[in-house]
Structure formats: structure tokens, C-alpha cells
Design a protein around this ligand. Structure first.
Ligand SMILES: [Ca+2]
Ligand SMILES: [Ca+2]
Length: 147
């Protein structure tokens, strides 16, 4: 009986907090999603309901996000490896003072052609081989988690 009472009380409290959230402008379906303030129009993303995060998903090596892997992507990676391109432009920003993500974070995921966690000359060589049709990139469906 005592347990039942406790349970009723906690249910009542949950109802109160739900009402509070609804009245403060947060809808029930968006409770676990942070509001997005800005996304670069070339960015492909989806909500992962299992992990409760947004995932930016693109092809390995497609650094300008045009769904083609070619010399334009190589130029970006080459400049990045040489330190001549820093990728400081914003590609994603959450509202309410949440996290911001930049192009360099995108490159660190999608420019890592051999998936070793580093962006270096090896990735450039592999990207070049792919573009020349000598050895194709194995796409492991990488994603950048934005949360
Ligand atoms: Ca591309
Ligand atoms: Ca690498």
C-alpha cells in the first residue's frame, strides 16, 4: 500500500513536470531534441532516436558534400593536410547556447580515408587513388555526431 502511494505521487510529479515543460513552450515530441539554430544547407543529417543525437552522414572523402568524390575534394584535403585551410566555417549550431560544429570537424571524420583517426598524407594518397579509379574507398558509413 505504501509503495502504491509512492508510485502515485511520483506519477503526479511527472505529470506536473510535463505540464511545466509544455507550458514553457517545449513540446512533448521535442523533449529530447536540442533546437537547431543553423545548419549549412549542404549538410545531410538525421535524428538517431536510439542514441538521441543528430548524425551528419556523408560519403567518406566527399568533403564539399556534393555527393561526388573528385578533385574538388582532393583540393580541400590537400590544403587541410598542408595547414593552408583550417575549415573554420560553421556548419551547425544548436540554439539556446548549445554546441557549434565546424568544417574542420567534418573533415576529421569524412577526410579520414583509412579510418585511423588521423588526417595525413596517407589519406591524400588514398583519395587520389580513388579519384584516379585505381583503388576505391571502402565507405564505412561514417557519421559526425552532433550533440
Ligand atoms: Ca565532393
Ligand atoms: Ca587517416
Amino acid at each position: 500500500m505504501k509503495t502504491m502511494k509512492k508510485r502515485i505521487i511520483s506519477l503526479a510529479m511527472a505529470a506536473v513536470s510535463a505540464v511545466t515543460m509544455i507550458s514553457s513552450g517545449i513540446t512533448a515530441s521535442a523533449w529530447d531534441k536540442q533546437p537547431i539554430k543553423y545548419v549549412d544547407p549542404t549538410v545531410n543529417y538525421r535524428w538517431d532516436n536510439e542514441y538521441k543525437i543528430y548524425k551528419i552522414e556523408h560519403l567518406t572523402g566527399d568533403l564539399n558534400r556534393d555527393y561526388v568524390i573528385n578533385v574538388a575534394d582532393y583540393s580541400i584535403l590537400a590544403a587541410f593536410v598542408k595547414g593552408k585551410y583550417h575549415g573554420n566555417q560553421k556548419i551547425w549550431e544548436f540554439g539556446n547556447g548549445g554546441n557549434i560544429f565546424y568544417q574542420y570537424q567534418f573533415i576529421k571524420v569524412f577526410g579520414d580515408i583509412n579510418y585511423d583517426g588521423n588526417i595525413d598524407v596517407t589519406d591524400l594518397v588514398l583519395l587520389s587513388a580513388h579519384i584516379k579509379g585505381e583503388k576505391f574507398i571502402t565507405d564505412k558509413d561514417p557519421y559526425l555526431a552532433v550533440c
